[in-house]
Structures are given as structure tokens and as C-alpha cells.
Ligand binder design. Sequence first.
Ligand code: SAM
Ligand code: DTB
Ligand code: SF4
Length: 344
Amino acid sequence: MTQIRTDWTREEIAGLFNLPFTELLFQAASIHRENHPPEQVQMCTLLSIKTGGCPEDCGYCSQSVHADSGVEATKLMDVRAVLQSAAQAKDAGSQRFCMGAAWRNPKDRDMPAIVDIVKGVASMGMETCMTLGMLTPKQADMLAEAGLDYYNHNIDSSPEYYERVISTRKFEERIETLDHVRSAGINVCSGGIVGMGETREDRVGFVHTLATLPQHPESVPVNALIPVKGTVLGDMLADTPLAKLDDIEFVRTIAVARITMPMSMVRMSAGRESMSEATQALCFMAGANSIFTGDKLLTATNAGDDRDGALFAKLGLTPLKGEEPMRNAANGDRSDISEMEAAE
Ligand code: SAM
Ligand code: DTB
Ligand code: SF4
């Protein structure tokens, strides 16, 4: 069993990034197969349950009111419609259903519907994940009690680069919400975005922050920036195409996340649509073991099932076997949630 460490130094992490690529990949792949079935990749589906109109000013996001991206704001989706989408995702082979809302934080009046959604999706036997912005301890407890398996809240980048990307909230506030999620007994999903114009040192700081949390996030999404027209970062990248992150550096980031957080699910999240098959294959080799399937992420397009099916066939990869999803600590096997109760 690999030793789990939360005392990584920035120097050690920088040292991993600096390894010869073949050595880095070998170390990451070795740790990956010690802790995970290396030929299996978890298939996840994303749904935006409340799109656009977000008051935050995250420089990458199409859903911010500060962006001119053309994304229209919607209300929170009806519970039934969400459950219908979840059922479709399950039929299409998804094991995990992730729901996102473009909020700074959920309002207390939103919580009853959110709780019903969690109960409904959980009762279908899928792993549940939600990302709704900042949470109070009480809201985290409500989600835990409803049976939410994971809460996604990304630190996005290094503490230093964070404030250049987002001005409407502080890095420490992100960490506070992660604390509330952890205390409530929900598995933590936290990662970030690379390719936002940050330096290697920022990528070191990003992985270092995650790998030195008191407990590693069980789930670490690594997004490659999707440059969206009308967002600060999308427009910056359109003006300076050379600023696009090199694919090998993306693979290195995945590998370092795998080595430093051996047990976590490392998710190759946004940005696969513009990646070559070869780059994605290197990411799987480096320890990525989860992808978003289907044609759409939250607002952006995704690689799509046809392309992914062809890639999996070529690489001999299979969807993660339908073992029991990793339940939240507060809720055990959730045998208390009956189908009937969930449908109420
Ligand atoms: N409002 C919630 C929040 O920010 O916590 C949840 C939704 S937000 C869209 C979820 C994550 O998606 C962000 O933290 C960011 O890492 C990622 N994301 C958003 N826009 C992206 C883009 N254009 N490219 C890559 N990742 C993106
Ligand atoms: C995460 O880190 N990536 C997902 C999920 N968590 C919610 C979201 C990706 C969003 C990509 C941009 C969009 O679709 O708008
Ligand atoms: Fe709002 Fe989340 Fe987008 Fe930031 S990333 S603008 S908080 S939806």
C-alpha cells in the first residue's frame, strides 16, 4: 500500500514536476496501479441544474454576470426534470451524477428542493455530487443527511494566482467551505483549472494546497481551461494564443496529483474536447481515472460518447465496475432512503 502523506513541501512537489517525463509517468503509473484498477475509468455525467446569472466574477466562467458569453440565466430546475436526466445518464452507463448551480451560495429557501434532488438521484444507485458554491455548516449537514456523496468546491489555482482570477471571494473562504463539507461527513471533491495563464510555480502551489489539506480530497478534478469568448480568460487566450498550456504540462499536472494523492479519484474534467487521443491516453497512464461523458459539460460542449467509445476501444479501457458508490460517512449505505421517500 502506498504511504499517504499530507506533509508534502512545495520543493518536493516542484521536484516531481521537474522529473524527466518518462520517470514522472512511470512513478505515477506505478502508484496508480497499486491503488486503482488501471484499466478502469469512472464515467460521470454533469448537469447544470441552475445556469448563469452568477454574481461571482470568476475570470474563466461563462455563467458569471460579469462575462459577456451569451449564456442565458435560468431558475433552479424542477426536481422531476433533474431526476429524468439522472435516469437517462444511468441508462447511458454513467455511475456518477454531478449537478452544478451557478450560485455564490445556495439560499436557505433553495435547500428543500436540493435535498429532494439528492435523495432522488441517490435512490437510483448513482454516486451523487453537487457544486452549489459556498455552504454554511448547517447547509452541509442538510446535504449530508440527504445522502450526498461528494461536494465539489474547487480551489481552482494556487492561493497567489487565485486572487488574479476571482475578486469577489477569498481563497480562504473556499477552504472554509471545504472544512464544512468535511465536518459534515461528505466526501470532498476539490481541484482546479490549469491553462489560465498561471506559472509552473502556481501549478505547484495548487497541487500543494490540495495534497496538504488535513485529509486529501477523495476526488480531484483537473480541468483544462475551456476558453469561452466574453470571459476575461477566454478573451485573453484568444489574443495571446501562445499562452495556451502545453499538453505535456497538463499530463504532468495529472501525474503529480496522482503521486501526491494516491487514493483520490483524479478526474480529467473540462477541456478534453480539444485534446488529442494521445494526450488523453497519456493522462490515463499518468493516473487519471474519471471523465465526464456525453456531449455537454455545464454550458460547454464535451468530447461526446462516440468519440469516447472509440477511444476506450482503442486503449482497451473499460468503465469502472459498478461497485457500491463511495457513500458519505454521515449516511452509510443509505438503506434508510426508500424509492418511495425519494419520489415524494
Ligand atoms: N458556482 C459553483 C462554484 O463555483 O463553486 C459551481 C459551478 S463552477 C462552474 C464549477 C467549476 O467548473 C469551477 O470551479 C471551475 O473549476 C470549472 N470551470 C468553470 N468554467 C470553466 C472553464 N471555462 N474551463 C474549465 N473549467 C471551468
Ligand atoms: C469541475 O471541476 N469541473 C466540472 C465540475 N467540476 C462541476 C465543471 C466543468 C465546467 C466546464 C465549463 C462549462 O461547461 O461551462
Ligand atoms: Fe459563479 Fe461558479 Fe461560475 Fe464562479 S465558477 S462565476 S461561482 S458559477
